[in-house]
Design a protein around this ligand. Structure first.
Ligand code: NAP
Length: 257
């Protein structure tokens, strides 16, 4: 029997089968969870519907997290299809490509607002909509990156957005803890996905981590999925507000060679 048997999980952030959310959803399914999917607006329907079918999704709905009416209709479907549910996966980030290269100081007001709204405020909005439908013992999981804490050249405004996301994790953990719901962030090492390919010099980051992390390797979506299963399950039932690193240990290093 899987460790997530009897649990219902709502998945945000699948673009394709390289997405971190895909790796997590697949593992959730293997562990017995029932899944519901969303995709980022109509244009993504063709890509995400087959993945929902592959993983036996109960529903697959459009949810651009920057549109309140789409969030509202998504949770209407969740209520109809799931009643209540247990796990919310937020695996969403976006910043305009120009903001992910060169000098942070050049970030425009528009790029800043877009990055923060899509990548950090979306967690607040989804938690607020989800809270009435989440069971006691439920778990909210989101994805962050070390660029929130230290300067990673080119990560720029996304680092600022991830700081806001991590801080939101702590405040939401306090708010939702009242109802027995946990909120945690997984800080994943770099993985070549669609979102990551927009970051300037990404290949150099992967090479550097492989040489310099304690485990001398990059992480995979399966590595991240293992930790997500732990966070979604009762094994972590007194862990909330945390940033958990799945990065081959890179965050403990002072300098690289
Ligand atoms: P990904 O496959 O490109 O996933 C990002 C997802 O965010 C996509 O499904 C994207 O949909 C969605 N999204 C963007 N704007 C949205 C909106 N307005 N409404 C709804 N969804 C929206 O890349 P990923 O690497 O798996 O990223 C998942 C999460 O992991 C992100 O939070 C990312 O910052 C984080 N992370 C990634 C790495 C890494 O190195 N890959 C490391 C640490 C943390 P569209 O494609 O349709 O825009």
């Amino acid at each position: 029997m899987g460790i997530l048997e009897g649990k219902k999980a709502l998945i945000f952030g699948i673009a394709n089968n390289k997405s971190i959310a895909y790796g997590i959803a697949k593992r959730f399914k293997e562990e017995g969870a029932e899944l519901g999917f969303s995709y980022a607006g109509e244009k993504m329907e063709k890509r995400v519907t087959p993945i929902s079918e592959e993983l036996g999704g109960k529903f697959c709905v459009s949810c651009d997290v920057n549109k309140d009416e789409e969030i509202e209709s998504t949770f209407k479907t969740v209520k109809e299809e799931f009643g209540t549910f247990d796990i919310l996966l937020h695996s969403i980030a976006f910043a305009p490509a120009d903001a992910l290269k060169g000098r942070y100081i050049e970030t425009t007001r528009d790029a800043y607002n877009t990055a923060l709204e899509t990548s950090a405020y979306s967690l607040v909005a989804l938690c607020r909509a989800a809270e009435p439908l989440m069971n006691k013992g439920g778990s909210v999981i989101n994805l962050t990156y070390y660029g929130s804490e230290k300067v990673i050249p080119n990560y720029n405004v996304m680092g600022v957005a991830k700081s806001a996301l991590e801080c939101s994790t702590r405040y939401l953990a306090y708010d939702m803890g009242e109802n027995g719901i946990r909120v945690n962030s997984i800080s994943a090492g770099p993985i070549k996905t669609l979102a990551a390919s927009g970051i300037g010099g990404f290949k150099n980051i992967l090479d550097f981590i492989e040489r310099n992390s304690p485990l001398r390797s990059n992480v995979t979506i399966d590595d991240v999925a293992g930790t997500a299963v732990y966070l979604g399950s009762e094994l972590s039932n007194k862990t909330t507000g945390e940033i958990i690193y799945v990065d081959g240990g890179y965050n403990v290093m002072g300098i690289g060679l």
